[in-house]
Design a protein around this ligand. Structure first.
Ligand SMILES: O=C(O)CCC(=O)C(=O)O
Ligand SMILES: [Fe+2]
Length: 334
C-alpha cells in the first residue's frame, strides 16, 4: 500500500492535500515570523532595560550623596558642628610642628563666626575686584603670576588673590596692584582690608580651638583667594574646579583649609555644593553666606565642588600652614 501510494502520488485528493500542505507551510512561516518578532521585541525591551540601568548607574556616580553635613537652611551658630575622621599618614612625610601639625583630623562647619552683613560686604568686595577682569578682559595686559600660578590655575573659576594681587583674566593672571597702581584705592578701601583681616583672625581662632592647636603656631599661607564660579565659566582641560583633590597635595603648604562662603546654595546658585568623598559615601556642605567650613588638609579630606548649574557662587579659600617658612602676611593696600 505504501509503495502504491508513492508510485501514484497524485490520487483524487492530491490537489486538496497540496492545498493543505501549502496552507500549513504558510501558517508555519507566519508563526515563525511572529516568533522572531516576539524575539525582536524582547531584545528591544532588554536593550532598553540595559540603557536605563546604565543611565541610572551613571547618574548615581554624581549623586550618591549619602549625608548632608550642613544644610543650607540650617543655622549652626553656637558651636561648630564637628565631624572627626582619622588622620591620614600624609603628615608623617612632613616635618612635624608641635602645637600645630594635625593630631586630630576632621571637618567642621559654623555659621557663628562671620555675620551675614560681613559676608555681604566681602561679597561686594569680591564682585568689585573680580569685575576688574571683566572690564579689561580683552586687552593684552596680563602676564603669569609665577608665585602660585600652578595652584590657582587648577580652578576653572575667576580668582582674586588680595595678597599677591593676582586676578585671573581668562587663562592668565594680572597683578592688579601693579596694573592699577594707586587707582586700586578707588576699588578697595582700608575698611575692606580690615574686615578681611578680622575675619581671617576669627577663622584662625576657631580652627585652633576646634583642633586643639596653639593659634600663634599656625600661619596664613598662600594661595588664599576669592573665587567666583558660574555655569558658563570657560572650561579648559586642566582648570576644572570639580575634580576631586587633596589640598595638601594640590597646594603643598596647607595644613588646615577653610572656606568662607559668600552666597547661598539654592537661591544664588544651584549645584556648587562642597563634597567630602569618603570611602563609605559622600558628605556635603551646602554653602550659605557667612558659613565657614574648615578641615585638616590631608588625604583624610579628599573633596571636590559640584559643577555650578545656575547662578553665581562666591567663596574665599583661607588656608593655614604650620611651617613658618610658608607664612604670608595679611594683605594691605599698596
Ligand atoms: O570653594 C570651595 O567650596 C572649595 C574650593 C577648594 O576645594 C579649594 O580651593 O581647594
Ligand atoms: Fe580644595
Amino acid at each position: 500500500m505504501a509503495l502504491l501510494r508513492l508510485r501514484n502520488p497524485k490520487g483524487p485528493n492530491a490537489a486538496e492535500i497540496e492545498r493543505k500542505i501549502k496552507r500549513g507551510n504558510a501558517l508555519r512561516q507566519g508563526s515563525s515570523w511572529r516568533g522572531s518578532r516576539g524575539l525582536l521585541a524582547l531584545l528591544l525591551v532588554a536593550l532598553c532595560a540595559c540603557g536605563v540601568a546604565a543611565w541610572l548607574y551613571l547618574a548615581s556616580l554624581d549623586s550618591d550623596i549619602t549625608e548632608t553635613l550642613a544644610g543650607r537652611r540650617e543655622m549652626i551658630s553656637s558651636q561648630p558642628r564637628v565631624y572627626s575622621v582619622q588622620c591620614s599618614e600624609d603628615y608623617e612625610n612632613y616635618k612635624r610642628y608641635p602645637g600645630c601639625t594635625p593630631q586630630k583630623c576632621g571637618r567642621a562647619v559654623t555659621d557663628g563666626v562671620v555675620t551675614s552683613e560681613e559676608a555681604q560686604a566681602l561679597r561686594r568686595l569680591a564682585e568689585r575686584g573680580l569685575a576688574l577682569a571683566g572690564s579689561e578682559g580683552g586687552r593684552a595686559v596680563s602676564y603669569n603670576i609665577s608665585v602660585h600660578n600652578v595652584m590657582l590655575r587648577r580652578k576653572d573659576a575667576s580668582i582674586l588673590d588680595l595678597h599677591s594681587g593676582a586676578l585671573s583674566m581668562g587663562k592668565q593672571f594680572v597683578n592688579i596692584y601693579r596694573y592699577f597702581g594707586e587707582q586700586i584705592t578707588d576699588v578697595f578701601t582700608e575698611e575692606d582690608f580690615k574686615l578681611y583681616r578680622d575675619v581671617r583672625g576669627r577663622i584662625q581662632a576657631i580652627i585652633a580651638e576646634t583642633f586643639g592647636l596653639d593659634p600663634t603656631l599656625m600661619y596664613l599661607t598662600k594661595p588664599t583667594f576669592f573665587s567666583r564660579i558660574n555655569s558658563t565659566t570657560a572650561k579648559t582641560q586642566h582648570d576644572e574646579y570639580w575634580h576631586p583633590h587633596i589640598d595638601k597635595e594640590t597646594y603643598g603648604s596647607f595644613d588646615y583649609t577653610s572656606l568662607l562662603y559668600l552666597s547661598d546654595y539654592g537661591s544664588d546658585f544651584t549645584g556648587g555644593r562642597f563634597v567630602f568623598m569618603d570611602q563609605n559615601g559622600n558628605r556635603t556642605v551646602e554653602p550659605r553666606a557667612g558659613r565657614v567650613s574648615f578641615f585638616s588638609s590631608g588625604s583624610e579630606n579628599l573633596h571636590r565642588v559640584e559643577k555650578v548649574t545656575w547662578g553665581t557662587r562666591y567663596a574665599i579659600t583661607v588656608s593655614f600652614t604650620c611651617n613658618p617658612s610658608h607664612a604670608i602676611s595679611d594683605p594691605s593696600l599698596p
